[in-house]
Design a protein around this ligand. Sequence first.
Ligand SMILES: Cc1cc2nc3c(=O)[nH]c(=O)nc-3n(C[C@H](O)[C@H](O)[C@H](O)COP(=O)(O)OP(=O)(O)OC[C@H]3O[C@@H](n4cnc5c(N)ncnc54)[C@H](O)[C@@H]3O)c2cc1C
Length: 436
Amino acid sequence: MATEAGLLPHVVIVGGGFGGLGAARALRRLNVRITLIDKTNHHLFQPLLYQVATAMLMPGQIAAPIRQVLSSHRRANVLLGEVEGIDSENREVIVKTPEHGAIRVGYDFLVIATGVQHSYFGHDEFERNAPGMKTMADATKVRNKVLHAFEAAEGEPDRAAREAMLTFVLVGGGPTGVEMAGAIAELARLTMKEDFRRIDPQQTRILLVEAGPRVLGGFHPDLSTKVAQRLTSMGVEVLTGHAVEQIDDEGVTVGGERIAARTVIWTAGVTPSPVARWLNAPADRAGRVRVRYDLSVPGAPEIFVIGDVAAYEQDGRPLPGVAQVAMQMGAHVARTLAARLHNDAPPPPFHYVDKGSMAVVGRNYAVFQRGDIRLEGYFAFVMWSLIHVLFLALPNLRVSVFLQWVWSYFSGQRGSRLIVETPAAAAEEPVEVIRS
Ligand SMILES: Cc1cc2nc3c(=O)[nH]c(=O)nc-3n(C[C@H](O)[C@H](O)[C@H](O)COP(=O)(O)OP(=O)(O)OC[C@H]3O[C@@H](n4cnc5c(N)ncnc54)[C@H](O)[C@@H]3O)c2cc1C
């Protein structure tokens, strides 16, 4: 099979995240041409985004240029552009490129791994005051907001306004909300405790709001309870069973109660990218494409959908949207393509092997769960640290993050406490004289 005479089969991969890059790497051994299309030029290690948002790591420490990751893969080409649709009849991907406008890229096989974006459950107006965290730009925006809150409070003469500036609300008690809450608590109570003269960062109020009955709903209830206790011991107020009803410039309304807070961060929900619409394919209630046992799309065996945007049931339950699922799906597509191109029997249906879930709460404490094995405490924290370092995409990132963590662990300091954008509103406010 070849698109043009004499050429190798062409596999187009859309998305350079865990699924897409996993597929590209696994296809290295196969005699195919690859074009990987992504709207950004980097592979982002999302599990550590919260560390960029809380100033522990620099953006460049958790993102790897896709070209660099694939540079030794001579048959892999990288295209920077945003996919806007699929013409499955003509086997072409429609891509908006920065320099050449819309172009069409033909394929023999197509692998789609475009992931998800945050969702405000029908309350898109919340986004203005409660940024989500999905991209590097999001994390940098959150970091600006968090650090700016302390700077604004330092210069604020009014007590109530100052308290609102030092109140942080995290909406969503999943792993990201839990990890963010722990990290902000340490930033305020450890890293910055000596740095201000008019405010005491240790007085910072941090609320973690979860609509469900417990934080870390995907973990065993015992681990949820222990994590909630740990957060409480760090000064985080954990509010479960409460949905956020309103978010505006002044704060949030939770369970009918008004909380003045100038920094609200959304970690609550996601929605898949519009792949089901592009392909006119069957989708689950969340909008993820229902894929077949080999991860192909019903009626289009040459198109595969993997990662967060795929709906795949195993043992009667949908697989979770985690990096391991996406990576294993990418490797499975490579095995399927190898079998097809070599006219071998197809591999057995995709089966996810759960290697465990983890969440970390500040320094020294994490939880781990795999089947009936449950760990919590310092040992889980060391495991969490090692695993996260090892899964970074490039060796230089592994070294850099490891050294940063060791230094931060012993010094209590952070890697990147930089505000790189001053909120426009602040610049417009009248000048006020501060008397100390
Ligand atoms: C803050 C956060 C923390 C997380 N923590 C963990 C964790 O601790 N452990 C864990 O296992 N999982 C975690 N996850 C989930 C994990 O990151 C995802 O399950 C995983 O990234 C899914 O891989 P994917 O390939 O499906 O999508 P992604 O990795 O999201 O990659 C999608 C790629 O597609 C590109 N793209 C999207 N749309 C287009 C388009 N139209 N055209 C071109 N390119 C496009 C994007 O730029 C991106 O590079 C976390 C997620 C987030 C957001």
